[in-house]
Design a protein around this ligand. Structure first.
Ligand code: EPZ
Length: 440
């Protein structure tokens, strides 16, 4: 099991390329199932979750070719993937693949829309929460699908004699990112108009819609809470570049803020990170768009002020940035309160940060009060390196940021969690001057 060995205390300086967004690439790979024509996706990040999704759709009989070099070089030559679902034979997503990645549920809408049937394993829960898919099911049923859950599988089909889903007005009970994406993809081939109320506004949803429009879909309002889709008979192929990953960019912003330094995040989209950048500026970090990317300068965490925040749906503060910003608060000055409103168990990084010497108190697993060590620095208490364990994707990133600041060596174990969602993170951090290496 791979580990990351980090020797803290180095500022991060230089340039780093931000890869394509995991949470856009995953639905966009599934969008290729909607057409018999070839689809080419550019800027596909080299991630474990992407590899899992490619295995899943290959398993269905889709022709998949990775065109660029798959090795973990930091070069911009990001992954290009060519998909041809013309020969798709098995509209199924089996348990052994779905259990490792919940986003496999994104195959449900496209398979149902194109083939009129789909068998997709119910995704189990995961470390950060139960994560049901009841809204995906409810929405597809509103579009005419008959879905039964048997032996842990969602078995979906169209009513006898029906050849297409039918458009509907759907209001989800809460904002759901992949729920919106599943229904959006299904609606592109439905008969008539679908209106998604309470739709997720994340940039990854808007990027998926842009790709679907290139395929011939008729969509308005994507990126807002009301999306209108006029169904069409069929979609054709397209070429599309995956939007830059705002969570990877936000993670690097927090890392440079914490260690101090001066870096250019190439391809990063500052306009997708307003809530995070506002908080970083309030903390005392300089952040601004520059050369098609984001410039970040920081005097180091001990000079920064810890910031309170609540996670909410986009465009609010993203839950996927909560753990990383908490690591920054841990080493900044002052006390801050963090509230996690989206997932019920997304504080697993707290216990590991405590092992490094952080001062955090949590109540009911949804609110954490952080007493920043910055005030005591440079004489007082600081984080001290230790062996810590990654528990989920963003918690891993939080531990890496803490390790970059802690005195001495930090060994982050179980970094397969990190590899799910970060493209060559240690190589990118080394490129900024960090002392970090992967050990088996
Ligand atoms: C997406 O997950 C992201 N994953 C997550 O990123 C992200 O944390 C999450 O959105 C919130 O922004 C992908 O896009 C692949 P939701 P998703 O449906 O779609 C409840 C990362 O770190 N809910 O928006 O699964 C749910 O339990 C990952 O990159 C239902 O109750 O999240 C949660 O409390 C982690 N029923 C809330 O809604 C449903 O049918 C939001 O979940 C669907 C969701």
């Amino acid at each position: 099991m791979d580990k990351l060995l980090i020797r803290g205390g180095r500022p991060l300086v230089g340039e780093v390329p931000i890869s394509g967004a995991k949470n856009a690439a995953l639905p966009e790979l599934c969008a290729a199932l909607l057409t018999a024509d070839p689809v080419t996706l550019h800027n596909v990040p080299r991630l474990q979750d992407v590899a899992t999704m490619l295995r899943l759709i290959r398993n269905m009989g889709v022709q998949v070719d990775r065109i660029a070099n798959p090795d973990c070089s930091v070069a911009d030559a990001a992954g290009i993937v060519r998909l041809d679902a013309g020969g798709l034979s098995t509209p199924e997503a089996p348990y052994d693949l779905v259990k490792t990645m919940r986003a496999s549920v994104l195959a449900l809408g496209p398979l149902l829309a194109r083939f009129g049937e789909a068998t997709v394993s119910l995704p189990g829960g995961c470390a950060i929460g139960s994560r049901p898919v009841d809204q995906h099911i409810k929405g597809l049923q509103a579009m005419g699908a008959q879905i039964v859950v048997e032996h842990g599988y969602m078995i979906a089909r169209l009513p006898q004699g029906c050849t297409r889903l039918r458009g509907a007005r759907i209001t989800t009970d809460m904002v759901t990112v992949t729920g919106t994406e599943n229904l959006l993809m299904a609606a592109t081939l439905a008969e008539g108009e679908t209106v998604l109320e309470n739709a997720a506004q994340e940039p990854e949803v808007a990027d998926l819609a842009e790709m679907l429009i290139k395929m011939g879909a008729r969509i308005q309002g994507h990126g807002t809470s009301r999306v209108r889709i006029q169904g069409v008979e069929r979609l054709h192929g397209c070429e599309h570049a995956v939007v830059a990953d705002r969570i990877e960019a936000g993670t690097f912003l927090c890392a440079v803020a914490a260690t101090g330094g001066d870096a250019l995040l190439r391809h990063g989209r500052a306009d997708h990170l307003d809530a995070v950048i506002d908080k970083l500026r309030d903390a005392g970090v300089q952040v601004a768009p520059e050369e098609g990317g984001i410039r970040v300068r920081s005097p180091g965490a001990a000079q920064l002020k810890a910031q309170g925040f609540r996670t909410t749906e986009y465009p609010g503060f993203p839950t996927d940035m909560q753990a990383q910003f908490m690591a920054l608060n841990v080493v900044a000055q002052g006390t801050a309160t963090v509230a996690e409103t989206i997932f019920e168990n997304r504080f697993m990084h707290v216990n590991e940060l405590l092992r490094l010497g952080a001062k955090i108190q949590t109540t009911d697993g949804r609110v954490a009060v952080i007493e920043g060590l910055g005030g005591a620095a440079p004489t007082g208490a600081r984080l001290s390196g230790a062996t810590v364990m990654a528990t989920d994707l963003r918690a891993s990133a939080s531990l890496v940021i803490a390790g970059l600041v802690a005195d001495g060596e930090t060994l982050v174990d179980r970094i397969y969690h990190l590899d799910r969602g970060y493209d060559c993170m240690e190589a990118k951090l080394r490129g900024l001057g960090a002392n970090i290496e992967r050990i088996q």
